[in-house]
Structures are given as structure tokens and as C-alpha cells.
Write a protein that binds this ligand. Sequence first.
Ligand SMILES: *[C@@H]1O[C@H](CO)[C@@H](O)[C@H](O)[C@H]1NC(C)=O
Ligand SMILES: *[C@@H]1O[C@H](CO)[C@@H](O)[C@H](O)[C@H]1NC(C)=O
Ligand SMILES: *[C@@H]1O[C@H](CO)[C@@H](O)[C@H](O)[C@H]1NC(C)=O
Ligand SMILES: *[C@@H]1O[C@H](CO)[C@@H](O)[C@H](O)[C@H]1NC(C)=O
Ligand SMILES: *[C@@H]1O[C@H](CO)[C@@H](O)[C@H](O)[C@H]1NC(C)=O
Ligand SMILES: CC(=O)N[C@H]1CO[C@H](CO)[C@@H](O)[C@@H]1O
Length: 361
Amino acid sequence: MGCANTKRLQVSYMRKSLLLIFFLCFFLLSLLNGWPEGFQTLTAINPFTNCSRGGRNVTILVWYWPFGRSFTLKGDMCWDRFQIPHCRLSDKRSMFPLADVVVFHSQELLLGQQKLPSDLPRPQGQRWAWMSLEAPPNETNLHQFAHLFNMTVTYRRDADVTVPYGEVQPKEDGDVEEVPQNKSSLVCWVVSNYNTQHRRSQVYKNLTETIPVKVYGRWARKPLTSRSLLHTISCCYFYLAFENSGSKDYITEKLWRNAYQGGAVPVVMGPPLDDYKAVAPPKSFIHVDEFSSVKELGNYLQQLAEDKERYREYFTWKQKWRVKLHTDWRERLCRICLQYDCLPQHKVYSDLAAWANPVST
Ligand SMILES: *[C@@H]1O[C@H](CO)[C@@H](O)[C@H](O)[C@H]1NC(C)=O
Ligand SMILES: *[C@@H]1O[C@H](CO)[C@@H](O)[C@H](O)[C@H]1NC(C)=O
Ligand SMILES: *[C@@H]1O[C@H](CO)[C@@H](O)[C@H](O)[C@H]1NC(C)=O
Ligand SMILES: *[C@@H]1O[C@H](CO)[C@@H](O)[C@H](O)[C@H]1NC(C)=O
Ligand SMILES: *[C@@H]1O[C@H](CO)[C@@H](O)[C@H](O)[C@H]1NC(C)=O
Ligand SMILES: CC(=O)N[C@H]1CO[C@H](CO)[C@@H](O)[C@@H]1O
């Protein structure tokens, strides 16, 4: 027995291809006419830029695969799968002398499992890219990598190449998704590692003093598979999309997948409100910092759930936007090509540690 009809949220394969063709036409038209109104504000990370390298192929070498999991690079991968042209991906180290960009995933360097090819002469003009999707608390000891990298590939909007966990794209067909019905829980939270010291744990605890919160995940001894996760969330009015870090722009699949695709209104905490406003549609989430106390937040959620009309307003954004998740490392690597010609002629991260872990005020 279902709460929300999650099938409705899935677009069939056929429709996907049609959408793709449509989107390409839309892109070409947009080049002629400029982006439609209301599109600009959320497109800081849109892959289509006005940089052009006149059809030259760019070669991206991934020195080792993130977390040791390799993927096939057969054919014209970036074009065939992601419609990114003139972009060659390689994981063959023999390509080093020919690579325009060599990519190093941060974790393995930090854990000493992989090394930089410091002994090889670096070809003129070659750029070394530092790639990470982790939040800064997990990125200590970056000091050893000063004066080595020319570019950053992270989820941050101010990275040279931004590779977010997800993003919204304008919807071309006015396909209207239904507001999920038959909610059985007010607020749900899924948590594996509960730490009383975390701010999110304190907010959760305080919230339970005002309203009921249903908890799932390893900590509550109610683990969910990735399939049952979305279904469970669809039964909730609100889902606590609490990030485990408050770092700049660190907005993960908790928002993009769990909340948005699960069909619950996300209550977010992590990066500041403005970081969310920059990438997520208005009235698609509720930020904890918008309230002067957790009690006030609790009261707001309670009232919203009781008022069908006002609750429904938190889904109207879905008429204009659809969510795109980014989960494929190859897509992230291909996206480097989209930015390649926008990169500064010369750039060196003289203090990568300071860039990666800016002192928050
Ligand atoms: C909601 O519940 C009602 C009654 O239990 C049922 O008839 C209806 O099909 C359900 N709707 C959805 C979308 O699951
Ligand atoms: C891209 O377009 C903007 C505004 O249209 C312009 O200011 C900028 O110089 C362009 N960049 C390049 C690399 O052409
Ligand atoms: C780019 O690569 C493709 C496929 O390998 C090749 O057919 C094409 O000639 C290359 N273009 C240039 C300008 O080198
Ligand atoms: C939780 O409530 C306690 C007691 O009312 C308060 O001191 C604390 O600041 C609250 N914590 C958060 C994160 O709201
Ligand atoms: C990349 O960084 C290296 C090491 O600091 C530097 O020598 C080189 O000039 C930089 N290349 C570019 C294209 O910025
Ligand atoms: C470099 C580093 O500290 N990496 C850690 C980041 O967090 C994951 C998961 O907690 C650990 O497995 C890594 O060792």
C-alpha cells in the first residue's frame, strides 16, 4: 500500500530521449534569443557557457579512479552519454604527455594510497585538477599540496568546475506532477550516525519537544534500502534533509534525491540559507535558520501540514523545474571540457588548504 504514487515521478525512457532532443533544440534557440526570463537566477552551474574552443578536442586524464571503482570509457563517452562534444576521457597513464588536464581525486592522495606524478615533467600548458565531493572536515592535511594544482573540481559554486550532487533544470513540457497524497507521518528523519554533539542532533531533539519526528536508519534500528527510502519519505509531510556539515554549498542527495524525489517538503540545515537560495527553487524547502527557535519551526510545520492549500504551494515549483541528479564520475570529468576554455590562462592554487577549508565567520 503506497503513500505517494512514486511511479508518477519517474519519466519513461522514451520520454527521456524526447526531452533530451527538446532540450538541445531549446539550447540552440536560447543561444539566439537569450535565456527565457526567470531562468538566469538558478543557472550559475548550468553547463552551457559561451566559451568556445572552436572544436578542438580536449583530453582529460583521470590518474586513478575515485574510491578504486573504474568505469568503461569506450567510444566517445562524453558525447554518447552526456552530449558533451570534443571531450576525450582516458584512464591510461601513458596519455600523460598528451593530456590537457590530469585529474586527482582527493581522498586517495590524503590517505596515501595514491601519489602525484611529481617525477614526470609536466607538459607545457597541462593543468592538474584537484577533485573532491567531500565536506572540508574530511579534508585535513591539504597543506602538502600547495603550489601544485591549477584548478578545482568540486560541488562548490566558486570551483573552477562545479560538479553539484544535483541541480534543477527548467521543464520544457508543462507536465504537472501531483502533490503527493496520503501522508501518514508529519516529520521524518533518516540517520545512520547519530552524534549528540552535532547541531543536527540537537535540533532534532528540540524538535521532538514540539512535534513528533519519525526516525529511520541504522541509528533507529530501522535501516532502509535505497529503494524503500523514497517510498518511506513519500509518506511524510516533511523530511529533515540535515547535512553533516555546514560547509559552503555542501548540499547533497539528501535534498536533490531523498526529499525532492521522495515527494516530501525538505527541512534543510547545513550551509547557510543563501547557498540554498542560489541553487534551489523558491518555496521548495524550509531552512532551519529561517526561524528564531526550533519551537517556532515545529509550530510552523504543524500548521502547514494542517493547511492543504499552503502545503500544496511547496510543490508548485515542480511545474517549472525538474531535478537532475549527478552520480556518474564520468559526467563530472566530462564537465571539465565545458569549462575548459573559460579557465584562466594561468592559475595556481598556492594554498589549497585555505581554499578548501575557508575559515567560517
Ligand atoms: C490514498 O488513499 C485512498 C484511501 O485509502 C486511496 O483510495 C487512494 O488511492 C490513495 N491515493 C494514493 C495516491 O495512493
Ligand atoms: C560571455 O558572455 C558575457 C556576457 O554576454 C561576456 O561578458 C563574457 O566576456 C563572455 N565570455 C567569453 C569568454 O566570451
Ligand atoms: C576529435 O576526435 C575525434 C574522435 O576521436 C576525431 O574524429 C576528430 O578528428 C578530432 N578532432 C580534432 C579537431 O582533432
Ligand atoms: C535546544 O533547546 C535548548 C533548551 O531549550 C537550548 O538551550 C538549545 O540552544 C537548543 N538547541 C538548538 C540547536 O536549537
Ligand atoms: C599549473 O601549475 C604549475 C605548478 O605550480 C605551474 O607551473 C603551471 O604554470 C600552471 N599551469 C597553468 C596552465 O596554470
Ligand atoms: C582523508 C579522510 O580523512 N578521509 C575520511 C573521510 O570520511 C570517510 C568516511 O567517514 C573515511 O572513510 C575517510 O577515511
